[in-house]
Design a protein around this ligand. Structure first.
Ligand code: UDP
Ligand code: MG
Length: 141
């Protein structure tokens, strides 16, 4: 799957505000195939496991509390250069620095509630896809 897939999550506030349809529509407009999709309510333990790479960071506890505060929508997206193109589509981590028209600019609220997650490397994309989905749950063809 190297290079062709990335993982995204619509975070709790964006979901609660009703932006899921608009965000998924934008993703499709940009040429991605959605090859797996689910709504899920992470518990704190699962949120901590997902963000384990950040466990030493000062924002880890707040971030994982937030990610376990309401349902999220998780998806695997397929397209050439999926990881880097999707990072461009979502924009900078802090919505106030995100380029105009990016998903975080349009639908983000603040640094922790920045609308969506996007994998930062092919290696992490694979780990994150498999955190939420089995191979059987990914559509092919
Ligand atoms: N985050 C935060 N405070 C910070 C840095 C990051 O709350 O000082 C949150 C933010 O929501 C971000 C997530 O932690 O999306 C993961 O951080 P990362 O540096 O991986 O940013 P991303 O890859 O999501 O742009
Ligand atoms: Mg990251």
């Amino acid at each position: 799957m190297t290079g062709k897939k990335t993982f995204t999550m619509i975070k709790p506030l964006a979901f609660k505000q009703g932006y899921t349809g608009k965000i998924l529509d934008r993703i499709l407009e940009e040429g991605y195939l959605i090859v797996a999709l689910k709504m899920y309510f992470l518990c704190k333990r699962e949120a901590k496991a997902f963000y384990e790479v950040h466990k030493e960071r000062p924002f880890y506890d707040e971030l994982t509390d937030y990610m376990a505060s309401g349902p999220i929508v998780a998806a695997i997206l397929q397209k050439d250069n999926a990881v880097s193109d999707y990072r461009k589509l979502i924009g900078a981590t802090n919505p106030k620095d995100a380029a105009p028209g990016t998903i975080r600019d349009l639908y983000g609220t603040d640094l922790s509630r920045n609308a969506v997650h996007g994998s930062d490397s092919d290696e992490n994309a694979l780990i994150e896809c498999r955190f939420f989905f089995s191979e059987l749950e990914e559509m092919t063809g």
